[in-house]
Every structure is written in C-alpha cells, then in structure tokens.
Design a protein around this ligand. Structure first.
Ligand code: ATP
Ligand code: RI2
Length: 190
C-alpha cells in the first residue's frame, strides 16, 4: 500500500523542517523525502543532497525529478524515487514551494497539503534565531511570507505553528491518519 504524499508548505521560518522531523520521530512509518538542492553542503538544517548548478541541470536533463522548482535563488528537486518511499509508508512528507503545488497535485495520487501558519513577528524571530541566512536574506524571505496558496488544490489543511511544536505535530498526525473521505474536508480542520 502506498502512503499519501503530504506537502508541508508555508513561509520561511514557519517551522516546516521542525514539524517534519518531529513527525518522523513520532512514527517510523512517516518518511521524509530528501530533496536535491543547489545549496552548499555545509548549510545545515534538513538532510538534503547538495549539488552544483551544472549537476542539477544534468539531473533535469536525465529526467530524474518528479518535480523541480526555483526559489530564494536556489534550485530544488524531488526525485522520482519518492514512489518507492511511499510503499508501506503512513505518509511521505515533502517540503515544497507553494508555487509548485498544482503541478504536484497532477503528479501524485493521494496528495495532501499542510499549510503551516505563524505571524510575521514569529517568523522574523525564528529566522533570526536560526541564524542560517544573512539579515538581507531574512528580509527577502519575510517579503515572500504572504504568498497565497494557488487556486484549485483539492486537499488543503491549515495548521497553526505559532505555539508549541508538539501541538502542530499532533494536528498533522490526525490529518495523516484520517481516512481518505475525512481528509477531503479541509475547511473543517482549518
Ligand atoms: N513551534 C515552534 N516553536 C518555537 N520554535 C520553533 C517552532 N517551530 C520551529 N521553530 C524554530 O524556528 C526556526 C525555523 O524553523 P524551520 O527551520 O523548521 O522552518 P522552515 O519553515 O523549515 O524554514 P525554511 O523554509 O526557511 O527552511 C528554527 O530555529 C526552529 O527551531
Ligand atoms: O516561498 P515558497 O515558494 O512557498 O517556498 C520556497 C522554498 O523555500 C523553502 O526552501 P528552504 O527550505 O528555505 O530552502 C521551501 O522549502 C521552498 O522550497
């Protein structure tokens, strides 16, 4: 049986990586997709495959990716072998750009979107606290924070991560564990 592909989306600093790590620790059958990124290998944070820009373009040419996109001056890719990761999983979590969600919905059957929320003040504090980006990069990321979700997504669930991380993890587990019919009532869970 294949688990759903669950996109974790939201502004930079909202806690996507933290929530994903917490979910994977809470249930070994919740798996994380390792993205390919043209980011320096030593940047830290999530586990990703670091590649150079020419290496990334070669992977695109070889049609290795189910999805790929650009944001914050970086290229990101989701390899097609995500399908193997779905076998026997409760869910495969993937950190996606909001802009790529309509394409993702066409690529994956049983595709759900978790839209994480927090105020601008909380985002600014968290990005500064994390210390991965320069002040200028943080300003650019905050400017992008209000990017709306694209229209036409069939299964979107809004989850607040302004408070304790564990509360967001518990809310997302309920969404993942819901039967497909229940999961298709996003507004009831907003
Ligand atoms: N609920 C929470 N309470 C307090 N701190 C949090 C919470 N969630 C995340 N954080 C902290 O906020 C910072 C940003 O979190 P994280 O890196 O997970 O965000 P992100 O959405 O993945 O960001 P980006 O898109 O830039 O990678 C981290 O330092 C993390 O420890
Ligand atoms: O603002 P949008 O387009 O939704 O997201 C853009 C990108 O920013 C984040 O990247 P990172 O994890 O900070 O490198 C997300 O993971 C996504 O890939």
């Amino acid at each position: 049986m294949k688990g759903p592909v669950v996109a974790i989306v939201g502004p930079s600093g909202v806690g996507k990586d933290s929530v994903m790590q917490g979910l994977a620790v809470s249930d070994p059958k919740i798996r994380l997709l390792r993205r390919v990124i043209t980011r320096a290998p030593e940047a830290g944070g999530e586990d990703y495959q670091a590649v150079t820009e020419p290496e990334f373009q070669a992977l695109v040419a070889r049609d290795v990716f189910a999805l790929h996109w650009q944001a914050h001056g970086l290229h990101y890719g989701v390899p097609r072998d995500i399908e193997q990761l779905r076998d026997g999983a409760s869910a495969v979590l993937v950190n996606l750009s909001r802009a790529v969600l309509p394409a993702a919905q066409e690529v994956f059957d049983d595709f759900r979107v978790i839209s994480l929320r927090a105020s601008q003040e909380v985002l600014a504090q968290r990005l500064a606290g994390r210390g991965r980006e320069s002040a200028q990069d943080i300003r650019a990321r905050l400017t992008r924070a209000d990017l709306p979700l694209p229209e036409g997504l069939r299964q979107v669930f809004k989850v607040d991560n302004s408070g304790a991380l564990q509360d967001a993890i518990t809310a997302i587990r309920a969404i993942i564990e819901a039967p497909v019919g229940d999961a298709a009532q996003p507004e009831a869970r907003g």
